[in-house]
Design a protein around this ligand. Structure first.
Ligand code: HPA
Ligand code: ZN
Length: 340
């Protein structure tokens, strides 16, 4: 392993933009399909992986929702989440904030209790086993109606103690944050924090709506913000974090090549940029591969990489005391690496 690779993997960091359904590896798709006696359209694991050739967000979402159909019971959600947490732990993730999409499962007749129960059991296992902390974020599918989102919120309320925030994902264009203003207002009244995908394929105005109407703590993706300098200034001033997902952006053709990605420019503008993996089973890498890809393509220095890790802790929903512990550990890790 190169020295930069071991620096990246060893650096304590948080992952803040991760769809648990997007960690479903082809091997697990086949194992769960076999368990449940389901037929798959693909003859082999390799054939399935080769089908991951996306032209845009929607072309990915079609494959992603089809794959999630093999997740049927509590133990499936536990196995999925546990596999992700083990890989994240190996890559230096000390704290994970995880999205899940209940509507993808409840529409197929899977009970929300099985979804949340399995995910939470794995999160608690990781806390006991690795000392890894977590937050769980319930995402509404924005291509569905606001009424459907409101019903989903009501259904999740008995599990509110285990859910830190609500978010918004799925097809962005034509589904502005404004559509969900009432749902998010209700969620905030129930004590949930809020986040939203905005400015991935959609315009900077969606970022503004997410801030003004949904009162989000962070913007997921947000890379299209550059087109609106006044909005950039606002996010720099308020230090609203962006959870950027470099490999995702290239796989979904938001940027043609990693060399074209604007992450370094956003960082240099003073935005609180973080690096995350989004849907690692589909996009060719987990968090360390995302850090490594931007290091290689954009020439990020070790100082930039350490800044990204500090940003991830700062942007997390950890307490101020927990954040200060991790900032100290990052400083210690960087100092030790410099002496080596
Ligand atoms: N964007 C929107 N919805 C998603 C994504 C994404 O990158 N990944 C999983 N659901
Ligand atoms: Zn995402």
């Amino acid at each position: 392993m190169s020295s930069i690779e071991s620096f990246i993997r060893g650096l304590p960091k948080a992952e803040l933009h991760l769809h648990i359904e997007g960690t479903l590896e082809p091997e697990m798709v086949f194992a769960l399909a076999h368990k449940h006696g389901m037929a798959l359209r693909y003859p082999s694991v390799q054939a399935l992986r080769e089908a991951y050739n996306f032209t845009d967000l929607q072309s990915f979402l079609d494959v992603y929702y089809a794959g999630a159909a093999v997740l049927r019971d509590e133990s499936d959600f536990h196995a999925l989440t546990w596999a992700y947490l083990c890989r994240a732990h190996e890559q230096g993730v000390v704290h994970a904030e995880i999205f899940f999409d209940p509507q993808t499962h409840t529409v197929r007749g899977v009970a929300i209790d099985a979804v949340i129960g399995g995910i939470r059991r794995a999160l608690l296992d990781a806390e006991r086993t690795f000392g890894m902390t977590h937050r769980l974020i319930l995402c509404f599918l924005r291509h569905l109606s606001a009424a459907d989102a409101m019903r989903t919120l009501e259904e999740a309320l008995p599990h509110a103690a285990g859910i830190a925030a609500v978010g918004l994902d799925s097809a962005e264009s034509g589904n502005p944050p404004a559509k969900f203003a009432a749902v998010f207002a209700r969620a905030r009244r129930q004590g949930f924090l809020t986040v939203a995908h905005a400015g991935e394929e959609g315009p900077p105005d969606y970022i503004r709506e997410a801030l003004d109407l949904l009162e989000v703590s962070r913007i997921d993706h947000g890379v299209r913000i550059e087109a609106d300098p006044a909005l950039v200034q606002r996010l720099v001033r308020d230090q609203v974090p962006l959870t950027v997902c470099p490999l995702s952006n290239v796989m979904l053709k938001v940027f043609a090549r990693m060399e074209d990605h604007n992450l370094k420019r956003l960082l240099d503008l003073g935005l609180c940029v973080t690096v995350n993996s989004d849907d690692p089973a589909y996009f060719g890498g987990y968090i360390a591969e995302n850090y490594l890809a931007v290091h290689r393509a954009l020439g990020l220095s070790r100082a930039d990489i350490a800044q990204l890790a500090r940003n991830s802790i700062h942007a997390s929903f950890l307490s101020a005391a927990e954040k200060s512990v991790w900032m100290g550990k990052i400083a210690e890790f960087v100092a030790t690496a410099q002496r080596a």
